[in-house]
Design a protein around this ligand. Structure first.
Ligand code: CO8
Length: 255
């Protein structure tokens, strides 16, 4: 249902694998993904995570069949559970790259938006089609989409339920890069390895500063940056990174 493998000592690949239902997220998938994320978070050797889907979809949304007869309180629980998992992905220390191989609709688009960097195959399609099912997005799409693409475009996409292609998604900065399908994993791995080659303390603190800072005032956000900046000066990586520069050699960061 969901596979976790290590592509090298520091890189984990998570593959959502329920291709017969286009990797639709049911309760079981959410629970399993939550366990896998916990595993990845506690494995200190893993520095970067790539998340992808098997088959022609990344994730075609929450499981519509499972939602059909939900009572309001069950729908609320389901929504809160998905939101909590996606928030965990968004705020976990290590960077997460979404390698979007196909449909990223509804909950799939919301999952992708909780990742730090989004790389998509030319075949991908994106959208929040929930209003056509009689519901709004429920895994925080109403919150993340406007933060990423701006209020007006987010409202257009959510109100119309329009499905857009990868080129359009890149234009509105919903995704970082568009690549040929066969290039998706190699390109994502190359970017992951580039991140892995840097100081993971510095990368992780940068992620924390960006995430926390965008939600508060510039003054408070800058203070967070200064605090994390200062913390780096208590790390070996800062000494090694700067010494390596001055000695004109490659840094050997902590692993
Ligand atoms: N849920 C359940 N099953 C799905 C889903 C889904 N989201 N998407 C596809 N499937 C199933 C199909 O039913 C089909 O099953 P079967 O073979 O048994 O008939 C199989 O996957 C293959 O799908 P299609 O035959 O439809 O494949 P196509 O290539 O013809 O179409 C599409 C691909 C366009 C992606 C189409 O499948 C589609 O429109 N899927 C639904 C997209 C959608 O509306 N997603 C949003 C769902 S709602 C949501 O995500 C809300 C999130 C917040 C929830 C909060 C909880 C309260």
């Amino acid at each position: 249902m969901i596979k976790l493998e290590k592509l090298n000592d520091h890189l984990a690949l998570i593959t959502l694998s329920r291709p017969e239902a286009l990797n639709a997220l049911n309760l079981q998938m959410l629970n399993r993904l939550n366990e896998i994320i916990d595993e990845v978070m506690s494995d200190k050797t893993i520095k970067v995570v790539i998340l992808t889907g098997e088959g022609k979809a990344f994730v075609a949304g929450a499981d519509i069949e499972e939602m059909l007869n939900m009572k309001p309180h069950e729908a609320r629980e389901f929504s809160l559970q998905g939101q909590a998992l996606f928030r965990k992905i968004e705020t976990m220390e290590k960077p997460v790259i979404a390698a979007v191989n196909g449909f990223a609709l509804g909950g799939g688009c919301e999952l992708m938006m909780s990742c730090d960097i989004r790389i998509a195959s030319e075949k991908s399609k994106f959208g929040q089609p929930e209003v056509g099912l009689g519901i709004p997005p429920g895994f925080a799409g109403t919150q993340r989409l406007p933060r990423i693409v701006g209020m007006a475009k987010a409202k257009e996409l959510i109100f119309t339920g329009d499905i857009i292609n990868a080129e359009e998604a890149k234009k509105i900065l919903l995704i970082n890069h568009v690549v040929k399908p066969e290039e998706l994993l190699p390109f994502s791995i190359e970017m992951a390895n580039k991140i892995i080659s840097k100081s993971s303390t510095a990368v992780n603190y940068s992620k924390a500063a960006i995430n926390q800072g965008t939600e508060i005032s510039m003054e408070k956000a800058s203070e967070i940056e200064a605090n994390l900046f200062a913390l780096c000066f208590a790390s070996e990586d800062q000494k090694e990174g700067m010494a390596a520069f001055l000695e004109k050699r490659k840094p050997n960061f902590e692993r």
